[in-house]
Design a protein around this ligand. Structure first.
Ligand code: SF4
Length: 422
């Protein structure tokens, strides 16, 4: 009998077709949309008026891999600081493009601080926060005209915490006239999407090119975000910025962002992402960049840094040796990446396995480029190391971590050194 088995397919759906927007600073050009890879971006939480603190945080975010960094431009002091921040970054040879986040007074700040308008590579405009009543239209138009004058792309970033109330009232009125009115939730979704699209169309009427517009509709609920972006993606060709707003702190923020973004990215929706984590006191702002990269890399959409595969440990591993080794190796690999990216092309695809005992250790190690299987409780104190699927050596004693790191370094230098063509 003929087999009924068919090929099992996997992978994300083809990316939704969108225009591509270029965000430029000097020779650095970041493409959002089109067939460009999904871009990871972040936002500072320093006082923008504090030039040094902000420049240092931007440098750290860029070094962690943030391809764009957004800074709030909320008052005259902040606007005056922007060119000085750019200058500090130039001195540190950090060419990451900067995005200015404007609310309420953006039209005035961009007008009064031309060097700020010029130093930024992109403006974020929240159409719900550009002014009320008659002023709304003129202040929005003023910001778009300034974007045209300085030739800057714009993200029209709608947020349901600051939705344009006039537009919401209009959509509610339209809903009331329906024979079967929509639910309040659907009305809210519609208002978010309409706000983004109508403001983008208005920006185009005012002269901003269609390929200079990026849209976002941020909400804080996972199912809401998925519903809104699924619909938004069918109604326009603008590139889309994805992010769950106010995702939260710690594991909750990471899980909620990952859940929402993974569903959309798997469906081919989303051209740039930002993970809005609330940092824990004393926490590292760069975490949002690492989480964004890890979402994309674990989904197989991009590669940023070698990944460590580690088992969770169990009663067979009563010591913390293997947890420390897994953590040390991941940190070590990440820290090497800024230099390795230039020296060793392709190294970001490397997998390293750190396993706690012989149950799954050797098997998992064989699938990785390099793997180590540490001795579990009661096992002989030996750690077999596998390189490209073959057992290469066994480490023993107190210096297993250092010796394993040296083996990884050696492997990278041999395997990923660029081939010299004579
Ligand atoms: S590999 Fe060993 S230590 Fe790790 S979870 Fe499996 S059984 Fe436990």
């Amino acid at each position: 009998m003929e087999s009924l088995l068919s090929e099992i397919l996997s992978g994300p759906r083809q990316r939704r077709l969108s225009r591509a927007a270029s965000i430029v600073y000097g020779k650095r050009k970041v493409l959002i949309g089109g067939d460009a890879p999904v871009v990871v971006q972040s936002m500072t939480n320093t006082d923008t008026a504090d030039v040094i603190a902000t420049a240092i945080q931007i440098k750290d975010l860029a070094r962690a891999g943030s391809e764009l960094v957004r800074i709030t431009v909320n008052n005259s002091e902040a606007a005056a600081a922007v060119p000085a921040i750019r200058e500090q970054l130039d001195k540190m040879e950090v060419d990451v493009p900067l995005v200015g986040d404007f609310h309420y007074n953006g039209h005035t700040l961009l007008q009064d601080f031309p060097e700020c308008a010029q130093a930024l590579s992109k403006y974020r405009i929240n159409p719900g926060n550009v002014g009320q009543g008659a002023k709304r239209e003129s202040q929005f138009a003023q910001m778009i005209e300034l974007a045209c004058r300085y030739d800057k792309p714009v993200r029209i970033g709608v947020n349901w915490g600051s939705l344009d109330q006039t537009l919401l009232a209009r959509i509610m009125d339209e809903n009331a006239r329906r024979s079967v009115p929509w639910t309040a939730q659907s009305v809210m979704y519609e208002a978010l999407i309409t706000s983004a699209i109508e403001n983008a169309q208005r920006a185009e009427e005012l002269g901003l090119a269609g390929d200079k517009i990026i849209l976002s509709c941020k909400v804080s609920g996972v199912q809401d975000l998925i519903a809104v972006y699924r619909e938004l993606s069918t109604r326009c060709e603008y590139p889309l910025h994805l992010g769950l707003t106010e995702a939260g702190m710690g594991s909750k923020g990471i899980v909620a962002s990952t859940a929402a973004l993974s569903v959309l990215l798997q469906e081919g929706i989303g051209d740039t992402i930002r993970i809005s984590l609330t940092p824990e006191p004393g926490g590292d702002r760069c975490r949002e960049v690492i989480v964004g990269q890890e979402i994309l890399q674990t989904m197989g959409l991009r590669k940023f840094t070698p990944m460590v595969i580690a088992c969770p440990g169990c009663g067979r591993t009563t010591s913390t040796v293997f947890q420390e080794l897994a953590d040390d190796i991941q940190t070590f690999l990440r820290e090497q990446m800024p230099a390795w990216k230039k020296q060793y092309p392709g190294v970001e695809s490397m997998n390293v396995a750190v396993m706690g005992c012989i149950v799954n250790g050797p098997g998992e190690s064989k699938h990785a480029n390099i793997g180590i299987s540490l001795p579990g409780t009661g096992e002989s104190p030996a750690a077999p190391v596998f390189i490209d699927g073959v057992k290469a050596m066994t480490l023993r004693g107190d210096r297993i971590a250092e010796e394993f790191q040296a083996i990884v370094l050696n492997y990278v230098a041999k395997r990923y050194a660029p081939t010299v063509v004579e």
